[in-house]
Write a protein that binds this ligand. Structure first.
Ligand SMILES: *[C@@H]1O[C@H](CO)[C@@H](O)[C@H](O)[C@H]1NC(C)=O
Ligand SMILES: *[C@@H]1O[C@H](CO)[C@@H](O)[C@H](O)[C@H]1NC(C)=O
Ligand SMILES: *[C@@H]1O[C@H](CO)[C@@H](O)[C@H](O)[C@H]1NC(C)=O
Length: 389
């Protein structure tokens, strides 16, 4: 019966499979392989929300690879990146659905690339209106009602950076530009005061968190929606920059223990703004920004034993990096070292659970080089996104 199914029916069935099941289905026969390669829509399942950790080696070795940790089977996989042009070096900015946004690091001015390493799809985004170095990047994904596809519409905001001044030399850029995935172009949509531009540029913050809030005005009863992008400065004492996208307004605020934290990363915590930070002595804490009074409050703490295991006997958090998405926070070091994951278990206001994940030492009996990596959490998809067409 299966071999007689029309192409589109089979393709539709395949679109319900998780990536690893689809990979297995694709490898069973030529017909299925062809069919599985033409999926352009993908319906993510509720129970497949655990993101994969993707490790990208920082240095380029002879053959470009990345490593992916499957959280369901707990296996590591090696993924070839030989489809990326050889002269291009990339640094992940953030995941967008099943895609990853990268910065081209062999270029001094900002150039962005979209990529799905699982389908080997790759694309340069158009050039910005104002060419600039080291601006801050933020992503807003637009979830539409009935949006079941894994390829959300998204907008990329770029603020600050250094650009060429009118009379020569370089100056802090005060425009905010936006890329819209629907029209595939950039447009100037706002501004940023010079003092904010300086902070965004000097510290080149990378981690960005987008928080959407809808509020009902008590007096009028109307509901308003605000979308705010947050960046954290990358050096002590840490502070957070917030950009209200709709109202084009900026604000800056502090973080708890700003001068004592050895690392600090912004995360999404149950839909709101969270902060993960490590203090000297081995403790990692999570704070949440309360919606009512804009105050940070301590909401979770990593078990001391997990912290000690991650530090491998060291006393400080130097070299520990952190990435996150809606459902997980991951603290990691080199590829061969283990990681600590904080995973959301259940509901919108869910509980979070800290677990140990082994590092990548061997793949199929072959030893893997223990190298420095950059991590990104992504919900993988083997469906071909039409954004690349
Ligand atoms: C970076 O790599 C791309 C892709 O190969 C290439 O087109 C570009 O010229 C490179 N940029 C620099 C500054 O070398
Ligand atoms: C940005 O560039 C695009 C394409 O060149 C153009 O259509 C648009 O008007 C520009 N926007 C601004 C604000 O300069
Ligand atoms: C990987 O390298 C780090 C830093 O050099 C080291 O602490 C760690 O023990 C190494 N892990 C393995 C499995 O070799």
């Amino acid at each position: 019966m299966w071999s007689n199914l029309p192409f589109d029916v089979l393709s539709s069935i395949f679109s319900f499979l998780s990536p690893d099941s689809l990979a297995r289905a694709r490898s069973s026969c030529k017909n299925w392989h062809t069919c599985g390669s033409f999926i352009t829509q993908y319906k993510p399942q509720e129970n497949h929300t655990q993101p994969w950790f993707l490790a990208l080696p920082i240095r380029n070795y002879q053959k470009p690879f990345c490593y992916a940790q499957n959280p369901i089977t707990n296996n590591w996989h090696e993924i070839s990146l030989d489809f990326i042009p050889t002269q291009t070096t990339l640094k992940p900015v953030a995941p967008i659905g099943s895609l990853i946004l990268f910065k081209v690091t062999n270029s001094t001015t900002l150039e962005l690339v979209l990529c799905n390493p699982f389908t080997r799809q790759f694309k340069y985004l158009p050039k910005l209106n104002v060419s600039r170095t080291n601006p801050a990047c933020g992503i807003v994904t637009i979830k539409e009602i009935n949006d079941v596809w894994c390829f959300p519409r998204f907008r990329i905001y770029v603020a600050g950076g250094m650009s060429e001044a009118k009379h020569g030399g370089a100056a802090y850029e005060t425009t905010v530009e936006m890329y819209d995935s629907c029209v595939d172009t950039w447009d100037i949509v706002g501004s940023v005061a010079v003092e904010f531009s300086v902070r965004l540029t000097v510290w080149t913050p990378n981690e960005n968190v987008c928080v959407e809030r809808s509020r009902t005005r008590t007096r009028t009863g109307t509901r308003t929606r605000t979308t705010t992008l947050y960046w954290i400065t990358s050096a002590r004492a840490y502070s957070v920059m917030g950009f209200d996208v709709g109202n084009n307004c900026w604000r800056e605020f502090g973080v708890p223990h700003a001068d004592k934290l050895e690392f600090a990363t912004l995360v999404r915590w149950n839909g709101g703004l969270g902060l993960v930070g490590g203090t000297c002595g081995g403790s990692v804490c999570v704070w949440e920004m309360s919606e009512e009074d804009n105050k940070w409050c301590l909401v979770d703490e990593m078990h001391v034993e997990l912290g000690l295991k991650l530090l491998c006997g060291k006393r400080n958090w130097e070299g520990v990096k952190c990435v996150s998405d809606d459902d997980a926070i991951c603290l990691y070091r080199e590829l061969g070292c283990g990681m600590v994951m904080c995973r959301k278990v259940g509901g919108i206001m869910g509980r979070w659970k800290w677990v140990w994940v082994d590092g990548c030492g061997n793949i199929k009996g072959k030893k893997v080089l223990n190298c420095s990596i950059r991590g990104v959490l992504v919900n993988p998809s083997l469906a071909c996104s039409t954004i690349f067409f």
